[in-house]
Design a protein around this ligand. Sequence first.
Ligand SMILES: Nc1ncnc2c1ncn2[C@@H]1O[C@H](COP(=O)(O)OP(=O)(O)O)[C@@H](O)[C@H]1O
Ligand SMILES: [Mg+2]
Length: 406
Amino acid sequence: MKTVLFLSPGYPSEMPHFVRGLAEVGARVVGVGDQPEGLLPELTRRSLERYVRVRTLWDEEGVIGELRRVLGDSVVDRVECLWEPGMILAARLREALGAPGLTVAQTIPFRNKEEMKRALDAAGIRTPRHLPAKGRAAIWEAAERIGFPLIVKPIAGAGSADTHRIHDRDELVAAIAAVEHLEEVSVEEFVDGEEYTFDTVSIRGVPAYHNVAWYRPRPLVARTNEWISPQVVALRHPDQPALRAGIEMGRRVLAALGFESGFTHMEWYRKADGEVVFGEIGARPPGAHQVDQMNYACDIDVFRGWAEAVCCGRFGETVRRLYNVATVYKRAEGQGRIRRIEGLESFRARHGARVVWENLLPLGSPRRNWKQTLVSDGFVVLRHPDLETTLAIADEFARSVRLHAN
Ligand SMILES: Nc1ncnc2c1ncn2[C@@H]1O[C@H](COP(=O)(O)OP(=O)(O)O)[C@@H](O)[C@H]1O
Ligand SMILES: [Mg+2]
């Protein structure tokens, strides 16, 4: 039986399902976190063999010391962390406990976008032209060299936070002021095009399962326009010719970065002329319930599939690609509490059979800060075998269902 240390088993919200998956494939799961055990989600508590509560997850030396004490010389087969801020800690624990998997040096390119692009450039993979920059003068200089339009973004960002598209000098001045709190940024060529994911569960660097999702619209556009209901659409046919170059590039990225086993989430762009450009990679699953979306596409359990891949080196789920799956995230109009949902009844009457998960905030809930949440004020997940039909229903939901707050 494998012993798996799982960091932060209660947060983010998908973690309980990964822990459950590990328990289902027969692993002994030791949770490590700083939440009190009593506050862990019920599913996590049921699936853990043991929970080690550390003082804080952000003192790496402290966590290593505490775990050494608690674990004695029992063997740890895997150290897993699917939450971005805990990646380096997980790598340090692997090194300290002699567990296989990504080392600290191997993890850094997954956490630092400049390191990532440097490694990919060296492998001949097309990334946006880029320069790292610290401070005003360096950003100006980098911008001069890259040319407009360009992007200024954090070295280790998430969810498009602090990401600016810049067309001219005036916008550059404004962006420089807006990123003053960041120690270092990436200045990049702006790549125009469609944006896709390439998500994998990989075993020894090779995808055993993959998913391609299409962002409608691109995340930066979704994040800068409150009225938009962002959509993520898992495509039923990821192996179609139009996506082949992106998938091929993603496979080369895994090899170039020496990825081992587990989940990866990649983003890539396809320009109007067909050229593909790499965006970024995380050594973790995508958020915002996109793993559930993968499950709905094939009626499988990717949480368990991941667990089996990392514990046993195989992906046992039977992947039959049955549906396109669209998730439409909804932002309320107005401020305060959600008082009224318009158009939902008639949408249900027309398309209820296509909806697999409706998860809008209930009436009376305070609306969320739309810039700080990927799931907005709730979402609907719907599916259909035909892509055009899926998109039409998703667009109808985006247009006709409105949440009103006051
Ligand atoms: N060089 C670029 N060209 C065009 N769009 C970009 C570029 N870099 C980032 N973006 C936009 O900003 C979004 C966020 O950037 P990304 O690098 O994915 O960071 P994160 O998702 O970690 O915040 C992307 O999804 C894309 O829409
Ligand atoms: Mg991104």
